[in-house]
Design a protein around this ligand. Sequence first.
Ligand SMILES: Cc1cc2nc3c(=O)[nH]c(=O)nc-3n(C[C@H](O)[C@H](O)[C@H](O)COP(=O)(O)OP(=O)(O)OC[C@H]3O[C@@H](n4cnc5c(N)ncnc54)[C@H](O)[C@@H]3O)c2cc1C
Ligand code: SF4
Length: 540
Amino acid sequence: MEVIGLEAGGWLSPRDFAPDELRNNFRGWPQAVQKANTEIPTHRSNGSAPYSPRAAIHPMMNAIGGTSLHYWAQSWRLHPWDFQVVGETTKRYGAARIPKGSTVEDWPFGLAELEPYYDKVEYEVGISGQAGNINGMIDPRGNIFEGPRQRAYPMPPLRGTEFTERMAAAAKRLGWHPFPGPAAINSVVYDNRPGCVYHGYCSRGGCHINAKNSTAVSTLPKAMATNRLKVVPYAHVTTVAVDDRTGRVTGVHYVSGGEEYFQPADVVLLASYTYENVRLLLLSKSKPFPNGLSNNAGQVGKHYMTHNTASTLAALFPFDLNNWYGLPAQGIAVDNWADDNFDHAGLDFIGGGNLWVYSDRRPIAAASMSTFGKAPTWGSAWKSFIKKNADRWNLAYIQKTTLPYEDNYLDLDPTVKDALGFPVCRITAEFKDNEKKSGAFMQDKMTQWFMEAGAVAVERGPVGTMGVSTHAYGGTRMGDNKETNVVNRWGFAHEVPNLGILGASVMGTSGARNPTLTAQALAWRTAEHLTKNWKAIANG
Ligand SMILES: Cc1cc2nc3c(=O)[nH]c(=O)nc-3n(C[C@H](O)[C@H](O)[C@H](O)COP(=O)(O)OP(=O)(O)OC[C@H]3O[C@@H](n4cnc5c(N)ncnc54)[C@H](O)[C@@H]3O)c2cc1C
Ligand code: SF4
């Protein structure tokens, strides 16, 4: 079929990706100069709370390849429990353990349905990792808690470092199961792209040798080579058009170079990240959809979640860790305290977290370390503390299950507008008791791990807010019930059969790990469904 890809940004090349902490991590280049920055969502904790200070830069990218250009590239599958939180929790602990006010539902299918698509994407974009469960055969070198997979990763995992090996040994002494995490980064030459050279500085930057997957170097060139995909850069979609008579979508309106255009289409797929997917639907009002496209059931913007990556934990060691190289996807994980991998009977929360420690140290971030109450935060004593300890601390990355709640949602801001005069997205959300309790529990576990590895002090981070996030889920949730979900099990809108939605906005649970591989697997599945059912979907 003929596919037109409308993209708000342009092409970037490896030369655009400098290993430069100031530019990537503080000035936010190149994303700082992009469309997204004019439409940063606003945030308030609840309907009567004051607005939080607005984020300075939008974390997501406007360019061909999107945020896969500068993401960390951790590439996790969800686990079986993540698809059946309600059913499994009810079975094991009783229905009363679903937190009050949560709108969580089981997915319309389980891991087995998505597994072939995870597999497809892992081989198409190139994932390095160590399998832990191939067709039920457990391999203790990998994650023993993962669901069954049909085959190994296409590449071995990224190499370890002295620090990650120290942490792995400590986890084993605790009786836990450490394993190297999966990354969309070549550990060896793969698909005509080189292996990673581990110099780092890509924690928010692209890879200038293309060892890191971005769709701009993996799937898009192959799709374009078929001559069936035309990518239109600098095309800023403003609304999706609807036939007032049939209620079907007919194409999209977009702006390019100050001119307005209309792109007709038999089928429209929205893939503009959670905030923009929701915003475009809410902005696309028509006679059949006066409250926004596919929103007659009032579900657009609902069931919003951001990953609970707050409640951090930093540790101070009495020796150098030699972390002045490497990248955030080069790390060691522990899943013993994730999902329902441990007994929650005596606990007062459900879910858990993935404990992750990694290599990667950059000068400005290193010098921004806490003094752990051992030195003043200014002057000569501070300087000498930093000089001695800049390579002696580590900040764990802990991703915790986050559930959707009835009063956490996205809508349009009543006053703040983007550069074209359209309202920006407004986030109304806060972490609830379940997430606060699991956060504190995970900090305890991480403390135990760091101390076992030789740390002399730890510092707990605050609960945090649910403002603009790189792991934003929900808003166009997938499910069989059209009263509580926007898209059906195939990713097409219940109310608009020729409108598909791609991205983590369709996910009903967050799991305890990053979203992108799941979003990619779901996208592949939606695309396959479209090709197999083209006539029915396109012609109605
Ligand atoms: C620093 C950082 C690190 C991350 N690390 C990880 C990680 O390790 N693992 C992981 O799984 N995830 C990670 N993420 C999250 C990951 O980047 C996202 O899950 C993923 O990119 C989402 O894909 P998407 O296609 O939905 O959105 P995007 O990648 O943001 O792509 C959306 C595209 O739509 C375009 N667009 C938006 N609005 C319009 C419009 N109106 N008209 C036309 N085009 C439009 C944008 O320009 C963009 O190219 C990270 C994110 C960041 C910022
Ligand atoms: S550390 Fe690896 S992924 Fe990062 S920029 Fe260098 S080669 Fe690319």
